[in-house]
Design a protein around this ligand. Sequence first.
Ligand code: DGL
Length: 281
Amino acid sequence: MITEKVISSKPPHILVFDSGVGGLSIVEAVKKAHPSYRLTYASDNAQFPYGTKSESVLIERVERVLSTLQEEIAADIILVACNTASTLVLPKIRSHFTQPIIGVVPAIKPAAEMSKNKTIGLLATPGTVERQYTKELIKDFAHECDVISVGSSELVLLAEQKLQNKPVSLAVLTSITAPFRDTQNRPDTIVLACTHFPLLKEELQLVLPNITYWVDSGEAIARRVQFWVNKLNLVTENTLATASSSANGVSIFTKQTAETELIKPTLNQLNLGLVHYTEVS
Ligand code: DGL
């Protein structure tokens, strides 16, 4: 029997979703690995930040926003590029959508493997630090490590400001990261467990010069995207030949604000400069 692969003439279409601009760090990693894939970036900036919201509010909101967006764009794969949301909503939304859902969760396991002094700093939003999911990751994969957790929404705001071309205060970064310094047992490894934080990696390296390993989820997520693209037979040589010239990325925001205007240069650089607004009530 001859089995035929489904030939798609369009590049795989991936919806990358976050509360704000943090998911752009995941976009960078996915684009680097798969420059021809079609990405739509979506930010629920109307409800930003997620890190201080209650679990019940978030569960309901993320499902509603993703449903609205999928009705509009019908992407092949949904990538929840937000640790705060992923550590909470994945089971619910996986049961709701037929498309594969890729989540971004704290990279505790690789960090525990890398750390030489078995002391890890976990830098996340207050929500992610408190999640049962995160506590279980630590119990399962880092039980031999000391884990120092810092939950900061201020750091999320600083990352947003950086992409709006505003200055980032190193003094504020120094004070946010003090728990990693003010301890006898200092971490040699930091997990950037919020997608906003890789956007501040250079600044964080300046205030924490003794950290050996900085761990984020970008490359692992790019591999996961490839896994699903293969599994769904979304890519063919034909697709790859035509995609790079036609891949014009779009960004969707749930609210038009002065800030969305300020981040357009960054969106343009990532080829996501075609901006739409979709309100979700
Ligand atoms: N970028 C998000 C994360 O990965 C959350 C930021 C927020 O809205 O608090 O956790």
